[in-house]
Each structure stands twice: as structure tokens, then as C-alpha cells.
Design a protein around this ligand. Structure first.
Ligand code: CP
Length: 400
């Protein structure tokens, strides 16, 4: 029998240093077999189990020592060449190094946001307008919090209470916001392409907070950041390379799906999309994904399962027979999740229809559900985007 005292001490030290729970480490080191707390309570393990765990622990310790979330500055060019775009309208067309640059930039804000004093004044004096023509909880609040934590003055324009209701056109609204000398405009709109229309009319950077069925780029980025951090915590050094991701649900109406497909395929993931035939866009294979109508088949070996909401507000007529039937075929239940890889990660951009596309027991799975982490990463990712896109107008060295 192996002496486990030193092993347990090292595991405890790593849990503290890497901010990982002991149950996560337990699963990483011992699989689904004997757990650390049992061993701590005096349970013995075989020499083979001990040796395997010690080897895996040494690798995790090395990753932690190298800085699990350290940036990869060698992967992208210096200064403005790292992200030479005025606006963030979509992920389509971004180079892998541009996406990685934004993810790396967000890491510092994850750390700041976990402190009690969450303040960095680099955007002090700037005015950011959040113009939301559609409802939002996560995106609106996180952009507001992001701007404020960076010291900017942030104002929110809710279309329902604006002169849009009196018939003002989108172009006139854009010209009005521009005349107020805003330094960045964040826009959510129900029409695909509306955000580009506004970007073409204003002087400042424009960030797309979701336009119709087109793109939701900061959601794609925050999802990639969430996945990268979760897998790095498991000791995976190249998290996106060949990563098997399933995106399932109302793909037809989902800007989240589109941005995630662009983001994840650009970073090297193997993306499968799954939807009922009526909710699958024609020609989706052109986006370098594999299309499935059978969720059970799509799930085989998946390492990340990303569920999408049925977007009833974008549907004219009935696309699915009933919520119960939809759940039967496309809902993520515990039984269905067991078809995916062991420990597969569960994601959902929110808002969720619990009991329809995802069961509560799955949505709330400790360790494996990343749904609240996605929200946390949303603030950091939006801080990174606001900072990077305003560097050129702020005259930051290397960005003029
Ligand atoms: N994921 C997302 O865009 O959520 P909100 O609609 O609440 O912003």
C-alpha cells in the first residue's frame, strides 16, 4: 500500500494555489473511483493508483507553475496589429491570433473582477452608450458593469423608452448618438445587419451586442474564454485543438450559434451542430461544421455541449410540435449527457428554458455546468473589448 500523506498535502496545496476545488482535483487524479476525502479519512489506495495520481499531479503542478491563464503574447503581433479593427461587428473574418489576443486581454479582468476593489480607470472621461433595441439581462448589464469598472461614463438607451417609439429611424438614432460625441456605442438590434448600418454612420467604435440572427460576437468570445479556462484547469494546454463541441437547439435563429461556430472553428475545434430539420439553416456545412438531426448521435464523445434556447419570438408559426416533444428529442437530460465524453462540459448562453432544451439537474451540475461562469466571463470579455477598441482613439502607444 502506498503512503498517501505527501500526495494529499500536495493536492491540498494545489487546490489552494490554483483556485480549484478538491473534488475537481479528485476526479482529475483518480477518475470516478476513490475520492480524496475517502483517502484522507484513512482509506488506502493501490500502488498503481498512487503512481498514476502522482504523475497526473506533477503535470497539473507544472501547468499551475507556468501560469495556467498566462497570455500567449508570442502568438500575435505587437500593438495595433494585434487587433487592427475599428469595430467588433462579428467573429467571421477574425484571424485566430486576433481572437486569442482578445481572450488573453480578458484574463487580467477576470482577476480584477475577483478582487473586492474592482476598478481600473483607463477609460476615465470616455462616454459609452449602450443602445438596446431588444431585451437583455446579461449582455446589457455586463457591458454596463464593464464600462464602469474601467472608469467610463456609461449610459443606457432602451428603445422602448426612446424616440424610436415616435417613429425615429435607425439612421437618425445613430446620427443622434454620434452627435453626443460618444466614444463607443454598444448596440443590440432585432435586425441582422442593423449594427453594421450604424457603424457606417458614426465616428466611434461600435460593438455588436447581438443583431437579429446574424452574430453576437462578445458571446462567442466569452464562451471561448470560459471553455479555455475550464480546460486549462484540467491541465489541457491546447484546449481548442480538435475539441469536440456540440451546439444543439434552435440553430436557425441563433446569433450565438453563428458566433460560436466562427469562433470555435477558427480556433481549431471540431464543431457539430444539431437541430430539428425545421430549425437547421440551409447550407450550414459551409461553415465547416458537421450537421446532425439526431442529438444522441451528435453527443457521442462530445467534450463540450452547448445548448440553445428555442427563440419563439423569432418564429412565425410553429417550428416544433410541443415543448414536451422537443425535450424528448433535443432536451439535454442526464441520460442523454451520459452519451458525451466523461466530464463533458455543459454550457448555455441564457436565458434558459429549464425543462425544455435543458433539464435543471444538468444546468445546475456542479463542476460540469459552466453557465454561471459564462456570465462571469462576460464582464471580463466585454472589458477587454471596450479597452482594445478604444486604444486607437485614446492614443495608446503602439495603437495610433
Ligand atoms: N446571452 C445573452 O445574450 O443574454 P441576454 O439576452 O440576457 O443579454
Amino acid at each position: 500500500m502506498a503512503d498517501t500523506q505527501e500526495l494529499i498535502a500536495r493536492i491540498n496545496a494545489l487546490a489552494l494555489r490554483s483556485n480549484r476545488s478538491k473534488s475537481t482535483l479528485s476526479r482529475l487524479l483518480f477518475g470516478n473511483g476513490k475520492r480524496i476525502d475517502e483517502i484522507e479519512a484513512g482509506g488506502s489506495i493501490t500502488l498503481t493508483t498512487y503512481q498514476r495520481a502522482a504523475e497526473a499531479l506533477a503535470e497539473l503542478e507544472q501547468t499551475a507553475a507556468a501560469g495556467a491563464h498566462a497570455p500567449h503574447s508570442s502568438r500575435y503581433p505587437e500593438g495595433r496589429a494585434a487587433f487592427p479593427h475599428k469595430h467588433l461587428l462579428g467573429i467571421a473574418g477574425l484571424a485566430p491570433h486576433e481572437i486569442l489576443f482578445l481572450l488573453d486581454e480578458a484574463e487580467q479582468w477576470v482577476e480584477l473582477n475577483r478582487q473586492s476593489h474592482k476598478r481600473d480607470n483607463r477609460l476615465a472621461g470616455l462616454t459609452i452608450i449602450n443602445a438596446f433595441f431588444e431585451n437583455s439581462t446579461r449582455t446589457l448589464l455586463s457591458f454596463e458593469i464593464a464600462g464602469k469598472r474601467l472608469g467610463a461614463d456609461v449610459v443606457n438607451m432602451h428603445a422602448a423608452q426612446s424616440s424610436v417609439k415616435k417613429g425615429e429611424t435607425l439612421i437618425d438614432t445613430a446620427l443622434t448618438l454620434n452627435a453626443m460625441r460618444s466614444d463607443a456605442i454598444v448596440i443590440r438590434h432585432g435586425s441582422s445587419g442593423a449594427v453594421r448600418l450604424i457603424a457606417d454612420k458614426v465616428d466611434c467604435p461600435v460593438l455588436n451586442a447581438g443583431d437579429g440572427q446574424h452574430e453576437h460576437p462578445t458571446q462567442g468570445l466569452l464562451d471561448a474564454l470560459t471553455i479555455r479556462r475550464a480546460l486549462r484547469e484540467r491541465g489541457v494546454t491546447e484546449p481548442f485543438s480538435g475539441l469536440k463541441v456540440v451546439i444543439c437547439g434552435d440553430v436557425l435563429h441563433s446569433r450565438v450559434a453563428r458566433s460560436n461556430v466562427h469562433c470555435l472553428t477558427t480556433l481549431g475545434a471540431d464543431v457539430r451542430v444539431c437541430a430539428p430539420p425545421a430549425l437547421m439553416p440551409a447550407g450550414i456545412e459551409q461553415l465547416k461544421v458537421t450537421a446532425f438531426h439526431d442529438f444522441d448521435a451528435a453527443l457521442e464523445g462530445a467534450e463540450v455541449v452547448m445548448m440553445l434556447r428555442l427563440q419563439n419570438e423569432r418564429m412565425q408559426g410553429s417550428f416544433v410540435p410541443s415543448p414536451a416533444e422537443y425535450r424528448h428529442l433535443y432536451g439535454l437530460t442526464p441520460e442523454r449527457l451520459s452519451r458525451a465524453a466523461p466530464d463533458a462540459l455543459v454550457m448555455h448562453p441564457g436565458p434558459m428554458n429549464r425543462g425544455v432544451e435543458i433539464d435543471s439537474i444538468v444546468a445546475d451540475l456542479p463542476e460540469r455546468s459552466l453557465i454561471t461562469t459564462q456570465v462571469e466571463m462576460g464582464v471580463a470579455m466585454r472589458m477587454a473589448c471596450l479597452d482594445v477598441l478604444t486604444r486607437q482613439p485614446r492614443g495608446v502607444e503602439g495603437w495610433q
